[in-house]
Design a binder for this molecule. Structure first.
Ligand SMILES: Cc1cc2nc3c(=O)[nH]c(=O)nc-3n(C[C@H](O)[C@H](O)[C@H](O)COP(=O)(O)OP(=O)(O)OC[C@H]3O[C@@H](n4cnc5c(N)ncnc54)[C@H](O)[C@@H]3O)c2cc1C
Length: 232
């Protein structure tokens, strides 16, 4: 459970709204990236941890961990920009995938990742558990995320090929929220489904356990990027 003192500080950052206690867990629902950044800086200053939650389908609801703030992306669910000319869309990671997919369909646009009926999973949860070499991974072209120090980082642009420096989108993809909180994602769209011979489903494209993120290499990177282990 988070200490009462830290809960009071978090509630102040959230301006006394968009939070709830559930069992012994405390959940914050920030509505913008600046607030996410302030919460991460608070976690660094007052030594508590943050677990980012999309729809929570991979979380064990009975588990409760000490000193953790659950940060829900549910209110980071807006379409930031849709570029019909160049076929790109920039979306908040709290967006429910099936809603976005259907919305795009109505606009005769498509993204190559199929979902099961009534799939409540979020864009952020899918992106953060996506298999790096899945066919859909290629079409994520940019991200905005909050680093373990609370810095807001924007990476990527509306081009199919972007070789400027290390591809942070592909680095953060499939990282289970261990290196940062992803607040929005830039995706390449296509005129219709017919553009593709086959399309993978979320089930095929997402990792179904966390073994990949527990590798020696990624643990070493985690130690360097997030030495105080803010993100769990
Ligand atoms: C253990 C496990 C079991 C699965 N079982 C199934 C299954 O039976 N059927 C199926 O179709 N799919 C399954 N999947 C795949 C699952 O559908 C995808 O992982 C899905 O994308 C989860 O979406 P969510 O919104 O519920 O994410 P969540 O469960 O909320 O989060 C998944 C992970 O991503 C991180 N995360 C979420 N949002 C963000 C963000 N904005 N920034 C940074 N990190 C973030 C979380 O911290 C967590 O580590 C499973 C995955 C796992 C890991």
């Amino acid at each position: 459970m988070l200490s009462k003192k830290n809960q009071v500080k978090i509630i102040a950052v959230l301006e006394h709204k968009n939070y709830k206690s559930f069992q012994d867990n405390f959940i914050a629902y920030p509505t913008d990236t600046k607030t996410v950044s302030s919460l991460v800086k608070l976690a660094n200053k007052f030594n508590f941890n943050i677990a980012t939650v999309g729809s929570g389908s991979t979380f064990n609801s009975s588990a409760n961990f000490d000193n953790i703030l659950y940060l829900s992306t549910a209110k980071l669910n807006n379409i930031i920009e849709i570029d019909m000319q160049n076929l790109f869309i920039n979306v908040g990671t709290g967006m429910i995938w099936s809603n976005l997919f259907n919305d795009l369909n109505e606009k005769s646009m498509f993204f190559p990742l199929l979902h099961e009926k009534d799939c409540g999973r979020t864009l952020g949860g899918i992106f953060s558990t996506l298999k790096p070499f899945s066919s859909a991974a290629t079409y994520f072209k940019g991200i905005e995320f909050v680093s373990p120090t609370g810095e807001i980082i924007n990476y990527g642009c509306k081009t199919l090929k972007n070789v400027a420096g290390y591809d942070l989108s592909q680095f953060m993809l499939g990282s289970f929220g261990k290196f940062g909180i992803i607040t929005s994602v830039l995706m390449k769209l296509f005129p219709t489904e017919k553009t593709f011979f086959t399309c993978d489903t979320i089930f095929d494209s997402c990792l179904s356990d966390t073994s990949s993120i527990e590798s020696a290499l990624l643990s070493r990177i985690k130690k360097n990027i997030d030495p105080s282990k803010v993100f769990v």
